[in-house]
Design a protein around this ligand. Structure first.
Ligand code: SF4
Ligand code: SF4
Length: 371
């Protein structure tokens, strides 16, 4: 039996369904593992392509090179019994750091239905099936984490990650309140070692600069003309919405099943005002902040930024900064969805923003690895 620690806390108590008509997760290009290649080579040789990034591997081809997987037909999989391990895994992500954490992709609408299969049982089954890959990934990721912590100690920026997370969970409301968020974003730049205790909210909120910060972050992630590189938002009617930003303008497109884009509207980013969630929206946001705070991949992303910045930032500053930035990005996306589609700023608007945002969050660079 494999000997490694697995954290299932993100999936425990949840149910996962896969309602008909979605197909959003088939807009990706799943890797084909060596043991899976034979089936595709023999039956569908033109469905395999070589992909260079992040590591060279074999994957399934996309319709027109940018649409859904070639096997998606009427939003159903033509090779369902032979779909890849990665297809089976979605919406679960297995993240290797110095342990294994099972995370749930909240961009999948099937995780919000409250119906379907028991997520914990499904996750345990997936972990058992991926055991060999997990052992190999953990061997590498544990070494990377050891080196990372040694670099932090040497540079004097080491803090205890569990304490940081505990502080965030004790002060979660600070991360859902603009007046505190603004103060945190200022303080992480000023204070050598940031502390949340005794922090006072901003008394005179500079809304235009907060709006600008959120807009810049969201625009960055949408700034591409290539549908493969922009975030997808699958709405409640199963439309695959893609927002593409260039020169300060956002084009809203819907991709059809053949891989063609249809423009639905556009706006100057400056026309979109930052919306603040109402009381019910704040509850959804608070739940999401808790999820991010519990995710090892979020921590791994903070660590990757510290590494990129050559260990200049204290770990607590980097963590609080990254969490605040995520919330700003999320709020602006809710504002954008509201502008184009009228989702509002309540529980529904916030939930739709999480659905839109979470895929990007899980795609963020990290020092660990998704198995
Ligand atoms: S994104 Fe979720 S609901 Fe949609 S097809 Fe994939 S697993 Fe099913
Ligand atoms: S093989 Fe099937 S399940 Fe996997 S991405 Fe393609 S259509 Fe979707």
């Amino acid at each position: 039996m494999a000997d490694y620690e697995v954290d299932y806390s993100e999936v425990a108590g949840r149910k996962v369904d896969c309602p008909e008509g979605c197909g959003m997760c088939c807009l990706c290009q799943p890797e084909v593992l060596p043991e899976e290649r034979q089936f595709f080579k023999a039956s569908h040789p033109r469905s395999l392509v070589k992909v260079r990034d992040p590591e060279p591997h074999t994957a399934l081809a996309l319709k027109k090179g940018c649409g859904s997987c070639v096997f998606l037909n009427g939003r159903r999989c033509d090779v369902y019994e032979h779909r890849t391990a990665y297809c089976r895994q979605f919406p679960y992500h297995l993240y290797a750091s110095d342990r294994l954490k099972v995370e749930l992709d909240l961009s999948c609408r099937g995780v919000w239905t409250g119906t379907g299969n028991d997520a914990l049982a499904e996750a345990k089954d997936l972990v058992a099936r991926a055991s060999d890959r997990i052992v190999a990934a953990l061997e590498q990721s544990k070494a990377v984490y050891r080196e990372f912590y040694a670099n932090c100690r040497e540079s004097g920026v080491m803090s205890d990650p569990s304490r940081i997370r505990m502080t965030v969970s004790e002060n979660a409301s600070m991360f859902t309140d603009l007046a505190y968020l603004s103060r945190i974003m200022d303080m992480v730049e000023i204070e050598p070692v940031m502390s949340l205790s005794g922090l006072q909210p901003e008394t005179r909120l500079d809304l235009p600069s907060l709006e600008e910060a959120g807009r810049e972050l969201a625009m960055d992630s949408m700034s591409s003309d290539d549908p493969l590189n922009v975030p997808v938002y699958c709405d409640g009617k199963w439309n695959w919405n893609m927002f593409m930003a260039s020169n300060g303008r956002i084009r809203w497109n819907v991709m059809d099943d053949e891989g063609d884009l249809h423009e639905m509207g556009s706006a100057d980013a400056g026309e979109i005002a930052l919306r603040v969630p109402d009381a019910e929206g704040s509850k959804v946001l608070s739940g999401y902040v808790g999820t991010l705070n519990g995710r090892d991949s979020f921590l791994g992303n903070v660590f990757s930024m510290m590494d990129l910045n050559e260990y200049r930032d204290d770990m607590a500053n980097a963590y609080y900064g990254c969490l605040s930035v995520s919330v700003m990005d999320l709020l602006w996306r809710m504002s954008m969805l509201d502008h184009f589609m009228g989702v509002g700023n309540g529980a529904e608007g916030m939930r739709e923003a999480v659905i839109f945002y979470d895929m990007d969050r899980l795609d963020a660079p990290t020092i660990g690895a998704f198995v």
